[in-house]
Ligand binder design. Sequence first.
Ligand code: FAD
Length: 356
Amino acid sequence: MRRLIVIGGGIMGMATAIHALEAGLSVKVIERERVGRGATWAAAGMLGAQTELHTGAEVLSFSLQARAYWRDFAHQLETWSGMQTGYRQEGAYRAAMTEASLTALQKLADQHGAVRGRYRWVEDGFPLLPEAKGVLYFPDEGQVDARLTIDAMRQAFIHRGGELFEGENVTGYGRSDGGWQVHTESGNTFTGDQLLAAPGVAGFPGGKEADVHPVKGECLALRPDELPFQETLVTDDVYLVPKADGRIIIGATEQPWDTSRHVRASAVSHLLDQALMLVPALADAVVEVLWSGVRPRHNRGIPEVDEWEEGFFVSIGHYRNGILLSALTGKLLAEWMATGRKPPLMNGFKKEEITS
Ligand SMILES: Cc1cc2nc3c(=O)[nH]c(=O)nc-3n(C[C@H](O)[C@H](O)[C@H](O)COP(=O)(O)OP(=O)(O)OC[C@H]3O[C@@H](n4cnc5c(N)ncnc54)[C@H](O)[C@@H]3O)c2cc1C
């Protein structure tokens, strides 16, 4: 049985690890903290293939398939783990609040039309956003609860025979007897035939440069007496994501190269101003929690998922869309590792083919 070692138990590492088990590999995940406490823990959980796509038109078609795959995968995860993922598909609105934003929205609609992503313009005004210059509705957009989901992945991975090593900081790796060895700070060594590096923004331990930089994001959650809407609302400045448990996640700021963990007063003020301007009915909602996280953004704008050398795979730089892209990426990467054949759908994530 082929042995895979995964460095990094974020959503990219765990989604691949679970699929690799299903593909017949024996899998060890090495995580320096606890699974999912990196960028994954901060995510709003949007499966925003159409509203929230910041990775470029090249991966739009992949993103639509990634979103569709979540429907089955969330169900599968819930069955395997006995835990919830918070998956729902309520649709999402993207609103343009300025003329410039409307022009961008029209371009977006054309791109989506070309790859058959369903959308429609909201005619006759939109009650939630009366000031909007134009609003697109995407009926197939969905979401999960990122924290519930990664906890379910952890549980499913262990249940299905994966070996998890938390609190193990990888300090180096290298070739050994045709396979790979991974060394950790505590002095342990793990041996496998294949290696996946999915360290998020931390970069690769002990050597190779990763073309990734940090982009901090700050969020908050409101709890209204009653959800005034069910769909995700997105503008250029803010998103509001109503969750299955009755909260609304409001996010997120963008602070390139900032890896600090605090939440700034100005960020809270900006997010709340934007949210209340869009939905004044939220004025009396309770501010439940504030948090921040650091997104791993690839310097070339598109994530990199590739085999760098024989048996050494990377999955990095998923920026604002890592939750959305994780499940399908993990499935295809596991297929690639198990068969030795690269699925054609992965071609868009190869380093040399990145164009923007
Ligand atoms: C505020 C915010 C909101 C977001 N909202 C969304 C959203 O709505 N939808 C969406 O699709 N995406 C969203 N994202 C993006 C998404 O969270 C990320 O793209 C995704 O979590 C990246 O996953 P990852 O596994 O690459 O990184 P991470 O989750 O950071 O995981 C990397 C893991 O590797 C471990 N690690 C690193 N180095 C080592 C080492 N040397 N040894 C052992 N372990 C190591 C880390 O401890 C960490 O657990 C959001 C991100 C932020 C910050």
